[in-house]
Write a protein that binds this ligand. Structure first.
Ligand code: XMP
Length: 533
């Protein structure tokens, strides 16, 4: 994907020579699996930071943005490799403090005249680190502590002006520093929880070396974001597809705060929602927060379009297509709309750049209205594109979003349609919806809801024999699925207590007409997926 397709957040104009309006740490991403973790750790200290691909680390950019500090991340490359991504040498003489981590340290050493070489033994995992100069990054740390290493190369000779200030049994230069120029390198990863003094080291960099004040809070974010939104949108009108998920809900509240009645939300009831969802949206956003919300009851349209369709991908396509139709028709009725808002988050935006410098660019875009802005010639407003998921929740809490919506499990765009195997009909929707309600209620009651990534019911397209009183029954099977996960990329089936599973099964079989059997799904992802379709 070309760079231009990934617009950076507009940088507020700053006059040259004035103090930046905000503290900003830039993190150049050389492809480490821990880069996002560095960003999280910094934001936890209430310092704003942004991740950029290495090609964007130019003297010109640094002069323009004037970051308070710079971090060079780790990465899989070796400085001697052909086309290894290296920072320009000049960035080290701009007076900006720089912290190089792992590959970042090696790149710094190499650029400034030190020597990097292959380690005799690849060091991976925990290593005891001895601090030989307890100042700078090591101010206040223990003299010896466990650090997390993951490297094949190491710095053999530090560049002129640097001293070595920590070692491990395998790595003589585990840390280096030129405190006069405020340049620092760490061979280990302070951002990883296994590094015992990692938090203190990062704090030392931020507060003692970069002199950050740590004033970036959600409150300040709301103020800045609202100002930015107003600047972008002016007096125009904005439309937002409200699904009731955390991201669109928080985006709606933030936009409402910034724009008031200029924002109209569209809530499409596609008939594939869980029990009570539509009512909850009306109550919360309409009555409580006084947002302008247009509710579109399009259940018939979706059901008609899905009639006779069995193939899961086909279902998804139809639902996506109908959604765009309904949304577009509704948005056209609002006069003067020129912006479409989306709840895109930071991890969706960060360009993951290959270690070789070329943008390998895996950018996830999973909005329901992907093609809409172009079709309707709308501009995009993405007020959450600087935030991580947990920050969005923090923001939602600050804006008053009720816990039930704030902590709601993810729900797929195609809704219950992908939890009904086979054809989607009104009757089958009733069954899965009623079963799902019981799964959720019992799990909430057990206090386990928040510890699970998702928990739901699936209608399996087979009937089994059962017995009710003296009669033989031949009815549907419900599969119960509950998983734990960090990010949905992998997931484990949840080891729910047998009593809870028993209660769920009893309620489904006794209370949902047409079901005589419930089973529990004990597959993990991979090789299974979370959803059944
Ligand atoms: P799978 O089933 O692939 O799901 O393990 C991973 C996560 O994504 C959700 N999911 C979807 N979300 N549209 C969505 O918006 C979809 O078509 C879709 N399919 C799966 C799923 O609920 C899980 O959280």
């Amino acid at each position: 994907m070309p760079d231009s397709a990934v617009p950076e957040r507009a940088i507020p104009s700053r006059r040259r020579g004035t103090r930046p309006a905000h503290e900003l740490i830039l993190i150049a991403d050389y492809g480490s699996q821990y880069t996002q973790l560095i960003a999280r750790r910094i934001r936890e200290q209430h310092v704003y930071c942004r991740i950029i691909p290495p090609q964007q680390l130019t003297v010109q950019r640094l002069r323009q943005e004037r970051p308070t500090g710079l971090i060079l991340s780790g990465g899989p490359a070796s400085v001697y490799q052909d086309k290894a991504p290296l920072p320009p040498k000049e960035i080290f003489s701009l007076g900006i403090p720089v912290l190089g981590i792992c590959y970042g340290m090696q790149a710094m050493a190499y650029r400034l005249g030190g020597r990097v070489q292959r380690a005799g033994k690849r060091e991976y995992g925990k290593a005891v680190l001895s601090v030989t100069q307890p100042d700078g990054l090591f101010r206040g740390t223990k003299p010896e502590f466990v650090s997390w290493m993951s490297h094949g190369d190491l710095v053999k000779r530090a560049p002129p002006g640097f001293s070595i200030n920590a070692e491990t049994s395998n790595t003589a230069a585990a840390a280096m520093a030129d405190s006069r120029r405020r340049l620092y390198g760490l061979q280990f990863h302070p951002e990883v929880a296994h590094t015992e003094e990692g938090g203190r080291i990062l704090k030392n960099f931020l507060f003692h070396i970069c002199h950050c004040r740590g004033k970036w809070t959600m409150r300040s974010f709301v103020k800045d974001a609202a100002a930015r939104i107003r600047q972008q949108v002016g007096t125009n009108r904005v439309v937002l597809g409200l699904s009731g998920g955390v991201d669109s809900s928080v985006a709606a509240l933030l936009l409402h705060k910034a724009l008031g009645k200029q924002l109209t939300c569209i809530f499409v009831d596609n008939g594939l929602l869980r029990s009570g969802e539509g009512i909850q949206i009306k109550e919360t956003f309409g009555r409580h927060f006084h947002l302008r919300v247009r509710y579109v009851d399009a259940a018939h349209q979706f059901l008609n379009a899905l009639r006779g369709v069995i193939d899961p991908e086909q279902k998804r396509k139809i639902i996506g297509r109908e959604f765009i139709r309904v949304f577009e028709a509704e948005a056209k009725q609002i006069r003067g709309v020129s912006f479409l808002a989306q709840g895109t988050l930071y991890p969706d935006v960060i360009e993951s750049v290959s270690a070789w410098g070329g943008p390998s660019a895996t950018i996830k875009t999973h909005h329901n209205v992907g093609g809409l802005p172009k079709r309707m010639s709308l501009s995009l407003v993405e007020p959450l594109r600087d935030l991580f998921k947990d920050e969005v929740r923090e923001l939602g809490k600050l804006l008053g979003l009720p816990d039930e919506l704030l902590w709601r499990h993810p729900f797929p765009g195609p809704g219950l349609a992908v939890r009904i195997l086979g054809e989607v009909t009104a009757e089958r929707l009733r069954i899965v919806r009623e079963a799902d309600e019981r799964v959720t209620k019992e799990i909430r009651r057990s206090g386990l809801y928040r510890s699970l990534w998702q928990a739901f019911a699936v209608l399996v397209p087979v009937k089994t024999v059962g017995v009710m009183g003296d009669e033989r029954t031949y009815e549907h099977v419900i599969a119960v699925r509950a998983v734990t996960s960090q990010d949905a990329m992998t997931a484990d089936w949840a080891k729910l207590p047998p009593e809870l599973l028993g209660r769920i099964a009893n309620r489904i079989i006794n209370e949902v007409k047409g079901v005589n059997r419930a089973v529990y799904d004990i597959s993990s992802k991979p090789p299974a997926t979370i959803e059944w379709e």
